[in-house]
Design a protein around this ligand. Structure first.
Ligand SMILES: Cc1cc2nc3c(=O)[nH]c(=O)nc-3n(C[C@H](O)[C@H](O)[C@H](O)COP(=O)(O)OP(=O)(O)OC[C@H]3O[C@@H](n4cnc5c(N)ncnc54)[C@H](O)[C@@H]3O)c2cc1C
Length: 409
């Protein structure tokens, strides 16, 4: 069977529905179809490693990003539980796994990421990954029934799982190959604060040594590190990063790479003028930070979805946002604005030991590139985020920023 639509969106994560909203604002009539590979309407992932793990009453539809009537009310067709298999750009057609074909005028590829797998024992029963609703539910059950847990990876998802264990009083050990926690975007003082705070809440940390294997032994699991230290567990959560879902786009001959994503310009348009890409997989020309990269964060995906949708419907507006990331770990909230990569220097303002501080990263000329703020009071961080955005855009000297001027500490 062959269908046709003006706007075809592949991916029912964060950016897909955002794109459909923006299209509808600019084009009230054109047909919109969203192909969702999972057995759910589009949903948000941040709750999966936060309330979904520790709140008894939490349900799958708490993560759904739109009310059920949003799609029919906006004349958006959802195809659920069906993967797009192939894009034929010459005939502007997408083939679905059930054999259907959809002709499009404009196509958005928003296929997001999967979990990077752990090679040596990573498929054993009792080993979990966290990307999808069902995986979150399985980890919640493991937290309650399969103690102790070992968590591999001290990035934000690993730390959020550890925080859920701390909140529920469940014994857990976190293994991280780097010498400190949150290594991809935070410095050693921020990492030390987290280690000390969660150490007091019962989480054990094994840092500076990578997990090298997981084995089934004596009715449980054993995680062994490169230095030969063994950590027995009943369940292991692997949180070692994301793998971009680029096969569909690259298989269609679009420019890009599996590691860095699908190349788009600052309008989120690919090398094919009828095809856009956004969210985790988009390797985009970042106007605000003056570099080309891809970002694996919720608001980046949402904002890019909105921008791509507007542009698909003819708005012709470049994407220009200062990157924004957040994480919540038990009683601590964090927001990050800007670019954490390759700073020339780092300084801290506020009270690090009290968990009321900001880490500032700057370039060789001293201009602020990133601000990461931590507080026990989530509400304090909204104005801090706005101030950081202004300072980054103004290329303010990081050395002149104080805890008072930022509103931390
Ligand atoms: C557990 C967890 C917690 C997170 N917490 C935070 C947070 O606190 N803060 C933050 O900033 N970010 C967070 N993130 C990151 C954020 O969720 C991602 O950056 C965001 O989901 C990316 O959105 P996306 O639309 O690009 O892709 P995704 O949300 O990954 O959605 C892509 C969708 O496309 C589907 N798909 C893939 N291939 C096909 C195909 N061929 N056909 C049809 N469908 C397909 C996938 O199954 C998926 O449903 C978290 C991520 C996870 C996993």
């Amino acid at each position: 069977m062959s269908l046709s639509t003006r706007y075809l969106i592949i991916g029912g994560g964060v950016s897909g529905p955002a794109c459909s909203m923006a299209i509808r604002e600019h084009d009230t009539e054109g047909g919109i179809t969203i192909v969702c590979g999972e057995n759910h309407p589009p949903y948000d992932r941040p709750p999966l490693s936060k309330p979904a793990l520790f709140k008894d009453e939490w349900q799958f539809d708490d993560a759904y990003s739109k009310f059920d009537n949003f799609y029919p009310d906006n004349k958006i067709e959802l195809i659920i539980g069906c993967q797009a298999k192939r894009i034929d750009r010459t005939h502007r057609r997408v083939q679905l796994e059930d054999g259907r074909e959809i002709e499009y005028e404009n196509l958005l590829i928003a296929t997001g990421s999967g979990s990077r797998r752990f090679e040596n024992g990573g498929n054993l029963p009792g080993v979990y990954y966290l990307r999808r609703l069902e995986e979150s539910a399985a980890i919640k059950q493991a937290i309650h029934e399969s103690q102790p847990l070992v968590i591999i990876g001290g990035g934000y998802i690993g730390m959020e799982v550890a925080a859920a264990c701390a909140k529920l009083g469940v014994p857990a050990t976190l293994i991280e190959r780097n010498a400190h926690l949150w290594p991809r975007f935070a410095g050693s003082e921020t990492g030390e604060f987290l280690k000390s705070h969660f150490g007091k809440l019962g989480i054990a940390f094994h840092l500076g040594d990578a997990a090298s294997s997981i084995e089934a032994r004596d009715g449980g699991l054993v995680v062994t590190t490169e230095e030969g230290v063994e950590h027995p567990a009943k369940a292991v959560v692997v949180a070692i990063g994301a793998a971009l879902n680029t096969e569909l786009a690259l298989g269609a001959g679009l420019e890009g790479s599996p590691e860095h994503g699908v190349s788009v310009d600052s309008y989120l348009q690919t090398s094919d003028p009828n095809v856009w890409a956004c969210g985790d997989i988009a390797n985009f020309e970042d106007i605000a930070m003056g570099k080309r990269w891809h970002i694996e964060h919720h608001l980046n995906a949402r904002w890019q979805g909105l921008a791509a949708g507007a542009n698909m419907a003819g708005a012709n507006e470049p994407y220009d946002r200062v990157p924004y990331f957040w994480s919540d770990v038990h009683d601590i909230s964090m927001i990050l604005r800007g670019d954490p990569e390759n700073p020339a220097g780092v300084r801290y303002v506020g009270d690090v030991q009290a968990g009321e501080f900001a880490e500032l990263r700057y370039d060789a000329g001293g201009a602020l590139r990133m601000g990461l703020a931590v507080s026990h009071d989530e509400k304090k961080l909204d104005p801090v985020s706005d101030t950081l955005e202004e300072l980054i855009r103004a290329k303010a000297q990081a050395g002149s920023i104080t805890a008072e001027s930022l509103g931390v500490g």
